[in-house]
Ligand binder design. Sequence first.
Ligand code: ATP
Length: 138
Amino acid sequence: TERTLALIKPDAIDKKGAILEQVCRSGLYITQLKMCSLSRDLAQSFYAEHQHKPFFNALVDFMSSGPIVAMELMGTNAIAAWRDLIGPTDSAVARSQAATSIRARFGQDNTKNACHGSDSPASAASELEFFFPSKGAG
Ligand code: ATP
């Protein structure tokens, strides 16, 4: 079994009910969940790996523009399973591949694309720690 960090981004917050329903139907377990919002500073550190990309400022503005839902998902191959469920980064590409993916259903373009999913075990571990810090021993 594996864990991953999933986000419902600000553009899709009004669709959270339908998205949570799709998560539940997928067989992945929601083991932690919270609604919160990111300051610009927190959005910058969450997406630090993209800091030199041309879309970084737009991405930070967008991710700090309203509430989000953060979830820990658990299941067999959870990282790949969740990324398959959300579909390609660009919502238009997602729609051209399968009408059923979350980005096909709820995404707008290649920035406002409804959801995020960790892309590796290492990023899942650090992104889960970012949203759900472990309290440590003692
Ligand atoms: P995520 O990490 O959010 O699951 P991803 O792995 O599909 O998405 P990344 O390449 O890691 O995509 O980019 C992170 C986010 O930055 C994307 O989800 C999207 O919101 C935004 N983004 C990516 N590429 C572009 C682009 N070319 N133009 C504008 N925004 C982009």
